[in-house]
Design a protein around this ligand. Sequence first.
Ligand SMILES: Cc1cc2nc3c(=O)[nH]c(=O)nc-3n(C[C@H](O)[C@H](O)[C@H](O)COP(=O)(O)OP(=O)(O)OC[C@H]3O[C@@H](n4cnc5c(N)ncnc54)[C@H](O)[C@@H]3O)c2cc1C
Length: 315
Amino acid sequence: MSCTCSKSNIEFYPNFQLQNFNTLKISSVANIAYFVKNERELCSVFEMHGNSHVLGWGSNTLFSSLGIKEPVILTKKMSDISFRREIVEVEAGASVQKLSVEAFNNGLSGFEFLIGIPASLGGAVAMNAGAHGQCISDNFISARVYDTVEKKILTLSKDELNFSYRNSLIKQNPNKYVVLSAKFELLKKDKDLIKRHMDENSEFRKRVQPSLVLPNLGSVFKNPVLPDGEKLSAGLLVDKCGLKGFHINNAGVWEKHGNFVINYHNCTSADYLNVLYKMYNSVKEKFNIELECEIVRAGQFSELEDKIWKILKKD
Ligand SMILES: Cc1cc2nc3c(=O)[nH]c(=O)nc-3n(C[C@H](O)[C@H](O)[C@H](O)COP(=O)(O)OP(=O)(O)OC[C@H]3O[C@@H](n4cnc5c(N)ncnc54)[C@H](O)[C@@H]3O)c2cc1C
């Protein structure tokens, strides 16, 4: 049953189960969850509660099985996409797969890589999502961002967002900035070419990635870059340690690719983190390379989970 805040009519749910709102399907209960429909509602949740967790499509977030005390703000209902010639403005909760298809429908190139990524625009900007040699920062003009500390809306340019590999100003300051919408400039191109590119990307994904039928969070480790600039595949390193198929309880490394960890049946956040720790340690011992975790987390974790997390994350 949905409730609304009497003051502002914002849809909210106390004791909200997040299992269907993260692609790993972890069972985690939020003390309170808000479904905001526009930027005014989003800002007013921050004004009511202060620190809150913004959730897009939950495809890169590990929730704690122990739950999440701070309010969770889901952006899924802020999903407008509007085109004006080559310029597109997208609200934070819009599906990037839908964005990719709509760009194609408009004969615009630049979002072919987004096909198959189960993400929101806001999450993709925060993580600087990328694939197949393209990333979200490529065609970026600016974003409307809520500064939760100064309590004001800013327009930040591509330079100000300080994008790098799977990183951005937003990710570096998780409690400070919230993406409300972003503006991109795409390239007019032949639709057949765009379609071919999208089909190739989809085919590639089908070959090397698990579908969401096997709940997962995408690649768990960043591909390491050696001091001489050589880029290695994290999945291959894990594979060479013989860990494909390795399980702890119901979490395990996917049999077909060493950089995906699957929730095979109601795994806990502790099972999942223990598998990541085993992968990290094995690669460190065999190759003297310290893998760095790509995913983010939310909620209240056990002491042991916190210890593992500190080792896995470097930023
Ligand atoms: C099957 C699969 C395939 C994937 N393939 C790829 C891939 O090819 N390339 C790639 O880069 N990633 C990939 N991913 C990972 C993931 O989809 C991306 O990291 C994506 O950008 C996360 O978006 P989201 O909306 O799901 O973010 P969430 O998991 O909801 O959030 C991720 C982080 O972003 C923050 N955030 C979300 N919305 C906002 C906002 N509006 N403002 C500020 N912060 C916000 C959250 O607080 C959190 O810290 C894949 C994942 C899966 C499951």
